[in-house]
Design a protein around this ligand. Structure first.
Ligand SMILES: Cc1cc2nc3c(=O)[nH]c(=O)nc-3n(C[C@H](O)[C@H](O)[C@H](O)COP(=O)(O)OP(=O)(O)OC[C@H]3O[C@@H](n4cnc5c(N)ncnc54)[C@H](O)[C@@H]3O)c2cc1C
Length: 306
């Protein structure tokens, strides 16, 4: 029996592989990035994700690329593909048209978001003829077709929120409008997630709240956008990566260890669904899933196509 001197079980001793995962990608800009993305999808597909999702660039800047990537996943793989969609700088009619095109392409799942202005830090301004926030977008999508809908949630509070109560109230409105689940912004403290989950439950939010896991291998880069999106990077993270700038393999090992420990502690607290921000790289997310006991469940995409 693998117990520590304190009698506590080893971190991954009790994980049974009874988890479900989903993976998030961003639309590639170049042919080389497209190849990397596709290889990552093929590596992660045998883990049997519930869905894979593709982000939507600020101000709709990736509209075509997001659509092309999601449509290709839907067409060429057995995976369930979800398209992110935001309200930024678009009329309701324009957004509704995008949503209809997804439905026609066989895409049944939308990650519905308000989004941010194209310039980081600019306050959000709704388009005069657009959806004002994610709750309105969810309601609009539900009128178009019976989409499965995921929305965003913030264990450390969205920066635009007056306070935690207002933030939870906003989440409640999104679920009430028809969203099926919330996926959280990334975070590094399991206690923070559990507190948020308990507060949401106390408010009567009964939809599942799925933790968003960001395996960090570059703290400086992560810090750049963390502040703007309601996530705190603890100081111990900087210390962990000190001196590893020129040692990418060591950085990857540290990144996998930190994220796997977070997931292990979430698992111990009852979490069974994890959403990974893959940044289009498969290895880290694959390693963490493996540590959580997940093993390939089916044929590779190539085997299924043969
Ligand atoms: C899982 C996940 C995926 C994401 N994917 C993308 C993506 O693909 N593309 C992208 O551009 N961004 C993405 N984001 C970032 C997201 O767009 C930003 O965090 C954005 O600032 C808020 O979007 P939201 O959908 O949470 O907004 P909302 O839930 O609409 O609102 C966010 C905040 O605005 C305020 N607010 C909203 N409505 C009201 C109201 N009626 N009255 C008062 N205050 C209100 C509240 O403070 C609320 O907490 C993602 C975030 C997450 C967590």
């Amino acid at each position: 029996m693998t117990t520590s001197p304190t009698g506590a079980p080893a971190l991954f001793e009790n994980v049974a592989g009874d988890i479900a995962v989903s993976f998030e990608f961003f639309p590639p800009k170049t042919e080389k990035m497209e190849q990397t993305l596709w290889e990552s999808i093929q590596t992660l597909a045998p883990l049997g994700p519930r869905f894979v999702s593709v982000t939507y660039g600020a101000g709709g800047s990736t509209r075509e690329r997001t659509h092309a990537t999601v449509a290709r996943i839907a067409r060429e793989t057995p995976l369930s593909a979800a398209a992110h969609l935001t309200c930024v700088q678009a009329t309701k009619d324009e957004i509704d048209e995008i949503a209809r095109a997804y439905w026609d392409a066989g895409v049944r799942h939308i990650v519905a978001l308000r989004g941010d202005m194209p310039t980081l830090g600019d306050p959000f301004e709704a388009h005069p003829e657009g959806y004002a926030n994610a709750a309105e977008l969810v309601a609009g999508l539900k009128k178009i077709a019976p989409f499965e809908i995921s929305v965003a949630a913030y264990p450390e509070c969205h920066p635009d929120s007056r306070n935690r109560a207002a933030d939870l109230d906003n989440l409640w409105r999104k679920i009430d409008a028809g969203a099926d689940r919330a996926i959280t912004q990334f975070f590094f403290s399991p206690e923070c997630f559990f507190r948020f989950r308990d507060q949401a439950a106390a408010m009567g939010i009964d939809a599942e709240i799925v933790p968003g896991i960001l395996p960090v291998s570059n703290v400086a880069q992560t810090r750049k956008f963390a502040g703007a999106c309601g996530a705190n990077i603890p100081d111990w993270m900087d210390r962990l990566f000190e001196g590893l700038d020129d040692l990418p393999a060591a950085r990857q090992l540290v990144a996998a260890t930190v994220a796997a420990e977070l997931c292990g502690r979430l698992y111990a607290g009852g979490v069974r669904h994890f959403h990974f921000y893959t940044l289009n790289r498969a290895e880290l997310s694959y390693a963490i899933c493996h540590l959580l006991g997940l093993r390939p469940r089916g044929a590779t995409i190539q085997e299924q196509a043969a």
